[in-house]
Write a protein that binds this ligand. Structure first.
Ligand code: AOS
Ligand code: ZN
Ligand code: ZN
Length: 388
């Protein structure tokens, strides 16, 4: 059996993956939102479910919130509730995609009233961050256009920059702004932040506490995502990941399910570029569990990240560097693939047990009775956000 060296164990011990509150709500596609028994009825129950993932894995110490989906009267109470359950409240995600006013843009809108409203929403999100103790404000913008000639793309970049500057100016202490890019959807001709270059160009004008968020589902098929990871880490501008996997578009499926090798390659660059415990980078999931059980779906997801991280840490870096310097193409590739093909699951199970955790977190959750309890207790759970 493969063993994990004390160095690898120490690195893995520091690993933390933030869970999205919306992963615990009902979700679906534009055709149908499916319901699941036991779905949380409010943000307190979403946080409780996230804490359950952490209880059996010790891998998920924080929960990201989405405003207004997770709006509560007393964010201090939500924070205490999270802390009582052994987790913290993490990234605050803004929402400018469900209001009629934003049909033609929000932070880029030509109409000052609407742009002001969108900026104010972000300022409110920072108020929430003050109450929750969150570090990051994550901005994903659903704006753009559907037809060539429809809009002045350049003027929109200028308005976006002005809006972001106003939001950035409200941050205090170690708070940060992370700007997520996506090359399509809901707009199909252009989006205002389509790629890492645009996100970088925008945040670079703001200051050190403005960073890029990379969602693994937001690239054209065939894109070398690990190259982007490398470049952003090299530039000191990778602020966060939204991990998920995709077959076709922004599928938001379980990370590592569609292409485990891509996840491995990304984690190799994370390790190369400053390490897994790099304080600049927040590792988050951005997933929805349309048809599978939600809490086990999140457990499976964080375990997938842990397994691929362990494999990436197993690369014989000395042998790889030697092969690379010698331009030994096949030798270098063999070293790389040896690590990828190593089954680390038995070693991870043993290591978990040595730390007082369940060897098999999926089985431990299934045996815990938690699922049966929430199915009995919760009636009328809410969907992840759409229409909520
Ligand atoms: C949208 O495609 C993005 O991935 C965002 O991160 C979004 O806010 C999140 O998926 C919740 O809807
Ligand atoms: Zn995302
Ligand atoms: Zn997305």
């Amino acid at each position: 059996m493969t063993t994990l060296s004390p160095d690898i164990q120490a690195t893995l011990e520091g690993q933390g993956i933030e869970l999205p509150s919306w992963a615990f709500g009902n979700s679906g596609t534009r055709f149908r939102v499916w319901t699941t028994e036991g779905t949380p009825r409010d943000p307190f129950e979403k946080v409780a479910d996230a804490a359950e993932v952490n209880r059996v894995t010790a891998l998920a110490p924080s929960v990201a919130l989405h405003i207004p989906w997770d709006k509560v009267d007393d964010f201090g109470a939500l924070r205490r509730h999270a802390e009582d359950l052994g987790v913290t409240l993490g990234t605050i995600n803004s929402n400018t995609f469900q209001d009629e006013d934003y049909k033609f843009g929000a932070l880029t809108h030509e109409d000052d009233r609407i742009r002001r409203k969108a900026i104010d929403h972000h300022l409110e999100c920072i108020d929430v961050m003050d109450a929750t103790g969150s570090r990051d404000l994550k901005i994903w913008l659903a704006e753009g256009s559907n037809y060539p000639g429809q809009t002045d793309m350049r003027a929109r970049q200028d308005r976006l920059n002005d809006s972001l500057r106003q939001i950035y100016a409200r941050l205090t202490g170690d708070q940060r702004l992370v700007l997520e890019y996506k090359f399509f959807e809901p707009s199909f001709y252009h989006t205002d932040v389509p790629d890492w270059g645009t996100s970088y160009a925008q945040v670079a004008t703001l200051g050190d506490r403005a960073m890029v968020c990379l969602d693994t589902g937001h690239h054209a098929p065939g894109t070398n995502i690990e190259f982007i990871v490398m470049q952003l880490l090299r530039l000191g501008k990778l602020g966060s990941f939204d991990f998920n996997s995709r077959f076709y578009a922004d599928d938001d499926l379980i990370v590592g399910a569609a292409d485990p090798f891509q996840l491995f390659r990304i984690l190799v660059e994370v390790i190369r570029g400053g390490g897994l415990n790099n304080p600049d980078v927040a590792f988050m999931l951005d997933q929805c569990h349309n048809i599978e059980a939600k809490i086990p779906g999140q457990i499976r997801s964080v375990l997938n990240v842990q397994e691929m991280t362990a494999r990436a840490l197993l690369i014989d870096q000395g042998a790889l560097a030697a092969a690379q310097s010698a331009n030994d193409v096949l030798g270098a590739q063999a070293v790389f693939m040896d690590a990828f093909y190593t089954d680390v699951r038995p070693a991870l199970a043993e290591w978990r047990e040595s730390r007082g955790l369940p060897a098999d977190p999926m089985a431990a959750y299934a045996a815990s009775g938690y699922q049966e309890r929430i199915e009995a207790e919760r009636v009328g759970g809410v969907q992840a956000g759409w229409g909520a």
